[in-house]
Design a protein around this ligand. Sequence first.
Ligand SMILES: Cc1cc2nc3c(=O)[nH]c(=O)nc-3n(C[C@H](O)[C@H](O)[C@H](O)COP(=O)(O)OP(=O)(O)OC[C@H]3O[C@@H](n4cnc5c(N)ncnc54)[C@H](O)[C@@H]3O)c2cc1C
Length: 610
Amino acid sequence: MTPFVQPAVDTKEHRAMSSPTTSGTPGRQSMIIIGGGLGGLSTGCYAQMNGYATRVFEMHEIPGGSCTAWERGDFTFDWCVSWLLGSGPGNEMYQIWMELGALQGKEMRQFDVFNIVRVRGGQPVYFYSDPDRLQAHLLEISPADARRIKNFCDGVRTFQKALAVYPFLKPVGLMGRWERWKMLASFLPYFNAIRKSITELMTDYAEKFQHPVLREAFNYVLYEKHADFPVLPFWFQLASHANGSAGVPEGGSLELARSVERRYTGLGGEITYNAKVEKILVEHDKAVGVRLTDGREFRADIVVSAADLHTTAMGMLGGRYLNDTWRKLLTETIDEVGTISPGYVSLFLGLRRPFPEGEPCTTYVLEDSMAAKLTGMRHPSMNVQFRSCHYPELSPRETTVIFATYFSEAEPWRALRDDVPEQAGRVRRGQVLHTLPVKHGKAYTQAKRQARITIENFLDERFPGLKDAVAVRDVSTPLTQVRYTGTYNGGFPGWQPFVDGGETVEVEINKNGPVLPGLSNFYLAGVWVTVGGLIRAVASGRQVTQVICRDDGREFTASVDESAPPPTQVSIAVGKQPGVPDLAAGFPAQTTGGDTAAHTDNTVTSSRSV
Ligand SMILES: Cc1cc2nc3c(=O)[nH]c(=O)nc-3n(C[C@H](O)[C@H](O)[C@H](O)COP(=O)(O)OP(=O)(O)OC[C@H]3O[C@@H](n4cnc5c(N)ncnc54)[C@H](O)[C@@H]3O)c2cc1C
């Protein structure tokens, strides 16, 4: 057995989030964190800032988890960040990224269009960042919808202001009465907009447009159709974009993860790769360490899991520490359709030449006949990004990277595969690696091939010559995500918000904290104890550390990383170029009223166009 720093010392039982302690357990010094995704790395950073000696165990060879990229030939395929909430100042999300050293010294890029939606046979709808411009564009498409369009754009404007007071820094459960009151008071001016936006589903809201194109397009603003989403996340997302705070970071997703990893090791944290945890060691209902798949054991005063929740609770802990709520969530609710996010099927293409007509981000609503060829597809739509617009530094000059994705369930892929483990450790270069490819069998491979050919043909119709320009390609499915990160069913950000599972988790965590009942010295972090994307994952690391500090009677502290200058903010104009045919539509060009004027606001230091 190899001990990791101090052996565990005695601690008190966890207290409910709603009853903060003052006594604490000052003896706890060392911490093991399972998972080196953004949630785990963030936990490590904040724990180091607060005097804990931490060590992250990550089963992959690199940091980042879902926030990743991989190489094919000369190309780097960036799999994750299309929007980074908090990429620009004026909100608490930005502060978290700055504390984690994630953005410093980088260019934050934001297109002036959040997404373009192309429904079958209709004109494209440009969801511009600027609500005034969006309103004018939508009015051109459908003057008859003037009232509804104004209502939507007003909602974005209201949320632009509300974002400044949206709480991310501190868990609500740790707020005192005065802090809660202050938070609620700051929301008062936006109360009506928030109330309305949370009580109406976007599918119902969109249905009220008279124009058929708008009726359909609004469902796809957030790339895919989210049938259970109310209007709130749409306003939140577009408002963040309008505020210049939902851009992409120079260097891409893996570099983002590496920046946080650097911050972590700079603070004295230690990370061990190719280290897969199979068991959380428990003595007298106290977590005391972990055992890896190679049999090594490590001990610490505190264990935090920022890995997949199902694996943690049911696998590493054998399902022993669950109350009725958690048991139901993890044994029943989790398997109900729509409870966790679907996974993605993604196709990357590295193309040998530029395609200047390519758009950074477009959702195509597809014909059912095409959707039928795409295994696992949840809705007949596909998001296509000319990813080299986001990250030109990740591919050679004068080339193009395309990233096409669709929401997919894992089960249809599982049904095609041979009966082999979905994850398997193998020795390579003298080391056991846990995330190497798995041979899923012939039917599975054929389905991947069919998806690839179908999407390539679709794109080639819109961008002639595309197929001939392919230098490298890569297809992944939800089972690829399972293999790389262990995520349950490859569902990309865990629980779906606004439905039973996600809501129940939120209530449970607000009430009892990020813990499992009856198990001391153990905490949860990462996207599974919250809902949402990267910002939620890193906020969970800050928040779990505050809970741990509270339990230990330590005053929580955090500081911005000042080792590099703040990021620069760049706005990139997209708009339809005058005189350029609308090739992406796949049918004759239509008048859209789009233009190419660069949008600027006061957070933008420069602008350019694609
Ligand atoms: C294709 C795609 C696009 C996305 N785009 C965006 C976007 O544009 N904006 C956004 O905000 N969010 C986006 N997300 C969501 C975002 O990536 C996730 O919400 C976030 O990365 C989750 O971080 P996490 O650390 O909680 O979990 P993960 O990233 O899943 O990290 C968990 C880590 O635990 C490790 N692990 C698991 N089991 C073990 C074990 N037994 N032992 C050791 N280690 C283990 C895994 O290898 C992994 O590194 C996207 C996700 C995907 C998949």
